[in-house]
Design a protein. Structure first.
Length: 488
């Protein structure tokens, strides 16, 4: 069913790439199924790799990395640029694979492919700019030099909500600076990652540098990545809980970690905001990917003077959303990833309603299918409700009412998370005050969409470590070496 839909069916592979070898399901003792969340249909059967295969991939990466690091930045850049071009040229097919395994609307999937490619392009450019430093010597006969070198083999574990982009923005900087990467995509969405590996091979990437391991035993893969001393860094995007596990596991060998974890983004609308712009920002920040992004507005704080007007306008827009199969025309909201995700959304809505919230729009599972939920707005929401503290990861906008700037900053910061935040205001002094007071790695002012390859993406507090994208994104994959030249 999947390959029928592709211009280039070879992009959808049912083999796993471990080091130098594409492994078929038949070569592996165990297999697992990938299903389309919109229909429940099985779209691929993949090998469920064992620990031995993970080790093999790490060994291959270890060997390949040595030669890769010796290439010039320009040589590495040429391959990454080719990969970017191939991603763009095959964007339609990559989007089709993505929608089929993950469910998001096809145009949104295509947008993700181009977004993922933009990181590959960016880091292709940055490959040539891994600059060091010279420092005036501390003694007359000394000169000091600082160089940056690749950390080595990097393990990557990625989630299902952006099956292409979350991996692209890890593998691109890693390869750019001369690292090798052994990755494990989420078992729900491995096909997009495998398609990326197919294209990397076509772009001329030497074998062994980029493995895509398919496995349902995430804990085993994570343990091996942390315990194997050939792996020098682990980069993970996913839940804060798993991030904590990996951090503990990595402690034994002082593993370098890049963590992009959960968020609980506040979205604040002040009385002086441009109402239409705020509604538009809320739509994109909340309902994109059916609310399944770590930078999604999770808590909408609306000042009392504008609360009713905002709720009304938002409701008008939300009623226009179309729930359905991501391949159908005009669909804006696809399925949630699995039954557990639907349960969590139901539970959050039920909890809020039981504590006095009102359902302004939606509130129920959708008739479109088992994993669909209606885009929802809750009003009269309070801090006693689960939606105030937990990430919902679904299409539910809880609207909290607030009175003062001080109050809303306190509410917005009252969480262990610190990934993205948003606010709308036209008062320049307030804009500076609030942007500086929000304890978040990213602040969107008068915009609901902040992700771009040119800016540093990442969180503070329990939302993570490190940054992806921008000139800072390179640093996560390099080590600083200081060379002291004496006897001059
Ligand atoms: P989500 O709620 O987005 O599924 P997870 O953190 O559970 O978040 O999943 C993100 C990625 O982490 C997936 O690739 C998943 O397979 C992997 N994962 C889950 N549990 C572990 C674990 N104990 N060790 C390593 N990786 C894990």
């Amino acid at each position: 069913i999947l390959t029928d839909k592709l211009k280039d069916p070879t992009l959808a592979t049912d083999k796993s790439l471990a080091g130098n070898e594409w492994l078929a399901a038949s070569q592996s003792g165990k297999t697992f199924e990938v299903t389309n969340p919109a229909t429940g249909e099985v779209i691929a059967v993949l090998p469920d790799l064992s620990k031995a295969e993970v080790e093999k991939a790490i060994d291959a990466a270890y060997t390949a990395q040595k030669a890769w690091a010796k290439k010039t930045g320009k040589e590495r850049a040429a391959i990454l640029r080719k990969l970017n071009d191939l991603m763009v040229a095959n964007a339609d097919d990559l989007a089709t694979i993505l929608t089929m395994e993950m469910g998001k609307p096809w145009p949104e999937a295509r947008g993700e492919i181009l977004y993922g490619a933009s990181y590959v392009e960016w880091f292709a450019e940055e490959a040539k700019r891994v600059y060091g430093d010279t420092i005036p010597g501390h003694q007359a006969d000394k000169r000091i030099m600082v160089i940056k070198q690749p950390v080595g083999v990097v393990g990557a574990i990625t989630p299902w909500n952006f099956p292409n982009a979350m991996l692209a923005r890890k593998v691109a900087p890693a390869l750019a600076v001369g690292c090798a990467m052994v990755s494990k995509p989420a078992a729900q969405t491995p096909l997009s990652a495998l398609a990326l590996a197919v294209l990397a091979e076509r772009a001329g990437l030497p074998a062994g540098l980029f493995s895509v391991l398919t496995s349902t035993d995430a804990a085993m893969v994570g343990e091996e990545m942390c315990a194997n001393d050939k792996v020098r860094k682990l980069t993970f995007t996913g839940s804060t809980n798993v991030g904590r596990i990996l951090m503990r596991q990595g402690a034994d060998q002082i593993m370098k970690l890049g963590l992009e974890l959960g968020g609980n983004a506040p979205f604040i609308v002040f009385d002086d905001a441009d109402l239409d712009a705020a509604v538009e920002g809320a739509m994109i920040s909340k309902y994109r990917n059916a609310g399944q992004t770590c930078v999604c507005a999770n808590r909408l704080y609306v000042q009392s003077g504008i609360y009713d007007a905002f709720a009304e306008k938002l409701a008008e827009k939300v009623k226009q959303l179309k729930v359905g199969d991501g391949f159908a025309d005009g669909v804006t909201t696809g399925p949630l990833i699995d039954a557990k995700a639907v349960e969590k959304v139901k539970e959050h809505v039920a909890d809020a309603v039981s504590k006095g919230a009102k359902v302004a729009v939606g509130g129920e599972p959708s008739s479109a299918g088992d994993l669909f939920f209606e885009p929802t707005i809750l009003t009269g929401v309070t801090t006693a409700m689960k939606v105030a503290t937990e990430e919902t990861f679904g299409p539910v906008a809880p609207l909290f009412k607030f009175e003062t700037e001080e109050e809303v900053i306190e509410l917005a910061n009252a969480t262990e998370f610190g990934l993205a935040s948003y606010f709308y205001s036209k008062d320049i002094a307030k804009i500076f005050r609030v942007a500086e007071a929000l304890e978040y790695g990213m602040v969107g002012v008068n915009t609901g969409l902040i992700s771009t390859e040119v800016a540093p993406f990442g969180g503070i507090k329990q939302s993570g470590l490190g940054r992806e994208g921008s000139k800072y994104g390179i640093d996560d994959y390099t080590e600083i070496k200081y060379i002291c030249l004496g006897g001059i």
